[in-house]
Ligand binder design. Structure first.
Ligand code: ATP
Length: 251
């Protein structure tokens, strides 16, 4: 599904990604780990075209991803969550989720724009989908509440709902467990297992919570200073001396 090759990103004198290469098969759940500043979020920013790559290539299915416009990424079936939450605080929870649904439906809306009843039907369909997602993620009770002021664990679930509303095939999760209690991490792990199976998702997850990563991932990739230093099963990566020296010794 995804083939990253020789991916290099520089910021002035800093090489955030240094010839990184890996593949992800459809349906896999891949963990991306490494110390702070290793380049994990930069990789997500390349996959979603927020950052330009200096070298390398990314193929998503048959598509050369680096030639796709940033706004068209969602049409390729890629959606993400953000480490620092990408919600609209003043909008209701439901409207935040509808933003994700609309991003997917954009092309349909343009073609339907001349036929108002079609637009209304499309709006109704997206509303129903958003309500189903809110229900699935236990957010119905707060659906009309502004996102601001809600507990952090709830905000994380809204982020997930917003990303899922875009109907992704490839879901990129940036530190979904950050700031969650142990109980919330366990709940999130169970939810992700279910949703992944229900929606036939391929997932890449950046996460520092090693219990979560080792428990749920099929494969784990470790970056250090922008370079890939390990790629294998959770057990292989956990026992890799370079990973222990660079990261796990302090995680
Ligand atoms: P963390 O676990 O702390 O989130 P990370 O592995 O996600 O870290 P990145 O955020 O990708 O690391 O950062 C990799 C390197 O690139 C860091 O040195 C960072 O300062 C630098 N960097 C990232 N984005 C930018 C930017 N927009 N401008 C300049 N430098 C950047």
């Amino acid at each position: 599904m995804l083939e990253v090759s020789g991916l290099t990103v520089r910021f002035g004198g800093i090489t955030a990604l240094d010839h990184v290469g890996f593949t992800v098969d459809a349906g896999q759940l891949v963990g991306l780990i490494g110390p702070n500043g290793a380049g994990k979020t930069t990789l997500f920013n390349c996959l979603t075209r927020r950052y330009q790559a200096d070298e390398g290539s990314i193929r998503c299915g048959d598509t050369d991803l680096l030639s796709v416009a940033p706004h068209a990424i969602v049409e390729l079936g890629i959606a993400r969550t953000f480490q620092n939450l990408g919600l609209f605080p003043q909008l209701s929870v439901r409207d935040n989720v509808l933003v994700g649904a609309h991003s997917h439906a954009r092309a349909g809306f343009l073609s339907a724009a001349l036929r108002l009843p079609s637009v209304r039907r499309e709006e109704a369909r997206l509303g129903t989908e958003a309500d189903d997602l809110l229900d699935r993620l236990g957010l119905t009770a707060v659906a009309e509440h502004p996102a601001t002021g809600l507990p952090f664990g709830t905000l994380k679930r809204i982020e997930l709902a917003r990303a899922l509303a875009a109907r992704p095939k490839l879901l990129l999760l940036d530190e979904p467990c950050n700031g969650l209690s142990h109980g919330e991490v366990d709940e999130f792990e169970a939810l992700l297992r279910e949703i992944r199976a229900e929606r036939d998702l391929t997932v890449i997850v950046v996460e520092h919570h090693m219990g979560f990563v080792m428990g749920i991932c099929d494969r784990v990739i470790c970056l250090e200073f922008g370079r890939k230093i390990a790629d294998g099963t959770p057990a292989e990566v956990q026992n890799d001396q370079a990973v222990r020296d660079a990261y796990l010794g302090t995680a």
